[in-house]
Structure formats: C-alpha cells, structure tokens
Ligand binder design. Structure first.
Ligand SMILES: [Cu+2]
Length: 499
C-alpha cells in the first residue's frame, strides 16, 4: 500500500466505526479494506473465458455481427450484484474471432447504457470513419455499423472511446477481445483451441453493496483494489500438465502491471501487441501497460499434478498499489495430459524497419501542466492536426516523459511500429516486435518507427491511461495524399433494419 488517499482515509474512518459488515465469502485483508472494496478470498472464483460471438450471418467475403450495449446486473463479487455497462450485457464482452482477409461488419447498438458511445477496435487499421474517433458518437437509441478489414493477425480489443468519458465507460464494462488469425499462424504447432486462452486483466473499485465506484482522483487515475481476470476476481484456473498459449491484455484504466510467476519460471514470449514475434524469447517478468497485449506460453508439463503457480504483479511506481493487487490469478495443475503442441524456433518474420528509411522525426512530450495532461503543451482540439505524414512515409516518433511522477502508455492508431530504443538503449527483449502501445515510463524517452498507411485520413494518438486521455492527453495526425480526410460516419436511429 503506497498511498493512502484522502478518499481512502475517509473510508478507513468509516471502517473503524464498525459500519462495514462483510459476507462470509470475503476475507479480512486489513490494508486493502482501507481502499474500500469488499475483498473476496484469493483464488476461489472459477476462471472463465468470454464466449465467442457467432455472426448473425455470413456471405462470401463478410461476417455480420450484432452487439448491443446495455446496462446489466451481473455477479462479480460473491453474493453481490453489480450494475455494468456492457457489450451484450457481459463484461468483458463476447470475443470476436476472425480470419485475416475476411471482413467483419459489426452493428453496435446503443440500447440502454444511457450515454453516447464510440467503439474503437484497438489494433485494427480501420478506415477513419470506423476507427472509433472520439467525437464520432452514437447517441442512446442509435446504432452504427462498423466495418473492420481484419488485415493483420493479432490479439486486438474493442472498447469505448467516447470523448471525455472513455475511462468511465470502459471502467463500467465496455471492453472485449477481438482475435484475428491467418493461415500461417494456424499452421504453426502452437497450442490451439482450448489451450489458447485470453487473459484480460482489470482492476476495479466497488462500494460495500457491490456497486462500481468510478473515482479518477482529480483526473489522476482510476485505481481499483480488486483484480479481475476475464471478469472474475483473482480466479483459479485449472490446467492440464501441458503447454498453454495465453493472450494477455491489460484492460485497466490506469494500472500497469509487472507480471511474474510465483515459482520463478520463465514466460516464453511469442507475441506483442500486433502479432507473433520473429522468435520466442524467455523472460522472468515483463511490464504490461494499459492496452498492451503480449502472448506467451507457459509449459505446465514440467509440474506434478497438484502444483499451484500464482501469476503475480511485482508492481510498478505511481500505481496506488493496494494490498491485493500484487496477485492476479492462480494456475492449478489438476491433470496429466498429452501435448502435441510445440514452440517453433522461428515464428513470423518481423522485418526491422531501417532507421535510414525514415523521412522525418517528430517529437511528442507528455506531461502535466497546470493540472492538465498535455502533449507538447497542448490539450485535445478537434480542429488541430499535429502531424501530417503522407501515405507510405516512414517516420520516427520520439515519445518522452521528463517527469518522475507518472508514466504514459502511448497509443498510436492505424499503424504498427517497432521500438528503436528506450533511453538510447535497445528495447526490452519482450517488446521487440510489432506494437501499437508504447510504455513511456518515468523519465523515459522512446523512439518508435512506423510506416503510415494503409489508409489516409485523421487518426488519434493518446495516452492509454484513459483518465489522462479524457483530460486531455490526445491529439491527431492526418495521413495525406488520399481522398479520405474525414473521420465521421453518422449513426442511425433505431430500430435498425436486419443485418
Ligand atoms: Cu498518461
């Protein structure tokens, strides 16, 4: 427990007054209780995987999906009911699994969440009007059909992106995973099907009745004291003694993690944000900023049935770490298994982009000035373009953070980049690959290189601490030399005609 905020101190006062009565399912965790949420026991909740969404129909080129955003009452904490704002009423939302080369048209219906929404499919090179531009809002009672080209095989996620309210809307539940695979990847002998498992990590804050409490602490950050994986608090996953592929996503608002295994074993890293690495790499721990995705293998075949391994969070500075947030979930090896999967020595060719191919370098400074989160001293302005690369240009962007008080995971829409260096040194082993989020830590300077395309038009960049994004650490670039300079595709009123 690093900080006791004023809010926490007030709750501590209430606690010592004896006003908090917890059901038997909650364990006493002295310090964590000061942060407010009822604290379920570790590793009791059953691990679950979000369901895969079936298309409502398909034709030769396209699969059509329908997702309704609505308020729903769900069970997250034992014995308590929590209202969420959720895609199809579940959080995380249903997973969409697609093949590269097929197109998706997803109808997002804003039914009963009661607020305007915008949907961003994070990691997809969508046309600007389908990219979840923050001002491209769908009001309650309207729907919008989003077209996704599925042009890269990677672990993506869809989440709300409404101007000034992204953090709250995502915190309330509007997030889900979207996985694209191609023939090459499916042809590799990596673990598949039920051994290919998403892990969506989020921290949440509740009051003692189970209601979600969004509190950004004066636009600083939303830090929860309950860790959810795929919507379940500190779950226990029963595994067979064999290899599993995990796709981890930090779906939190403001909390980053440093993941490690309690037995000191290696993660075998096979993928970054935007797909498979060139070759596997082993690491003992790795930093996971908000919206980053990594894919890794854990080989449980080394362990006897009965072995229990905790996925831990070693913690990072400036995270408002609470007592329980140093643990994520537990893997219990419960059965022997045969395993016909293997990890190839080479995965997907990741051709380094030569620094010499860059036509220019831009610099973006992320900081807090006069209580505002700014990029190069400026807040979001829909009428301002801060970079205008031409289609096909390779550029180097230096992203830097001169301050010691906070970190910023910076997301660039549309393109995938490679990290050239971090404070002049090579990137961490695990982050060498295609990425769309760049962890810019305290006093860090990160140079990334990318090629602008395949689309023209306006796209956003922002901090993925979505509290910072909302107030107002966001700007935009416009890819030129094309016919598409807009971002808007107006939503249509309900009722929607059949897809
Ligand atoms: Cu930030």
């Amino acid at each position: 427990m690093k900080n006791i905020t004023r809010r926490s101190a007030l709750k501590l006062g209430a606690l010592t007054g004896g006003s908090l009565l917890l059901p038997i399912a909650f364990q006493h965790r002295t310090q964590a209780a000061t942060a407010g949420s009822p604290q379920p026991a570790f590793f009791q909740a059953k691990f679950r995987i979000p369901p895969v969404l079936n298309p409502v129909r398909s034709d030769a080129t396209t699969d059509y999906y329908e997702i309704t955003m609505k308020k729903a009452q769900v069970n997250i904490l034992p014995g308590l009911t929590t209202e969420v704002w959720a895609y199809n009423g579940i959080t995380p939302g249903p997973t969409i699994k697609q093949r590269q080369g097929r197109q998706s048209i997803v109808r997002f219906i804003n039914n009963s969440v009661g607020v305007p929404t915008s949907v961003h499919l994070h990691g997809m090179a969508s046309l600007p009007q389908y990219d979840g531009y923050a001002e491209d809002l769908t009001p309650p009672g309207y729907y919008k059909d989003y077209v996704f080209p599925n042009n890269r095989a990677a672990t993506l996620w869809y989440h709300d992106h409404a101007i000034h309210n992204t953090a709250r809307n995502v915190f309330m539940g509007l997030a889900g995973m979207y996985i694209v695979q191609d023939e090459f990847e499916l042809g590799l002998p990596l673990p598949k099907d039920q051994y290919d498992v998403p892990l969506i990590i989020q921290d949440k804050q509740f009051n003692n009745t189970g209601k979600l409490v969004f509190d950004d602490q004066g636009e600083k950050g939303q830090y929860g004291d309950v860790i959810l994986v795929n919507g379940a608090p500190w779950p226990r996953m029963e595994v067979a003694a064999r290899k599993y592929r995990f796709r981890v996503l930090n779906g939190s608002i403001s909390r980053s993690y440093k993941l490690a295994l309690s037995n000191g074993a290696d993660f075998i890293m096979i993928g970054t944000d935007a797909g498979l690495r060139s070759a596997p790499a082993t690491v003992k721990n790795f930093r996971l900023g908000m919206a980053e995705r990594y894919e890794f293998i854990i080989d449980f075949s080394k362990y006897a049935v009965g072995t229990k391994i905790v996925l831990q969070n070693l913690g990072l500075p400036n995270n408002d770490n609470y007592d329980g947030t140093n643990q994520i979930m537990r893997f219990d090896v419960v059965s022997a298994a045969t395993d016909d999967s293997s990890i190839p020595a080479t995965l997907r060719t990741v051709q380094p982009i030569p620094e010499s191919s860059a036509v220019r370098t831009r610099e973006f400074r992320y900081e807090r000035t006069n209580g505002l989160w700014v990029i190069n001293g400026k807040v979001w302005d829909i009428n301002r373009i801060d970079a205008n690369p031409q289609l096909g240009d390779v550029e180097i962007w230096r992203l830097y953070n001169n301050a010691g008080g906070w970190f910023h995971p910076i997301h660039i829409h549309l393109i995938d980049c490679q990290i050239l260096d971090r404070n002049g040194k090579p990137p961490f082993l695990y982050e060498r690959g295609w990425k769309d989020v760049f962890y810019v830590g305290e006093n860090e300077s990160v140079r990334v290189i990318g090629k602008f395309g395949p689309n023209t038009g306006k796209y956003m960049t922002h901090c993925h601490n979505t509290v910072h994004e909302d107030h107002d650490m966001m700007n935009q670039f416009e890819v030129g030399q094309g016919g598409n300079s807009g971002w808007e595709a107006p939503a249509k009123p309900l009722p929607a005609p059949p897809l």
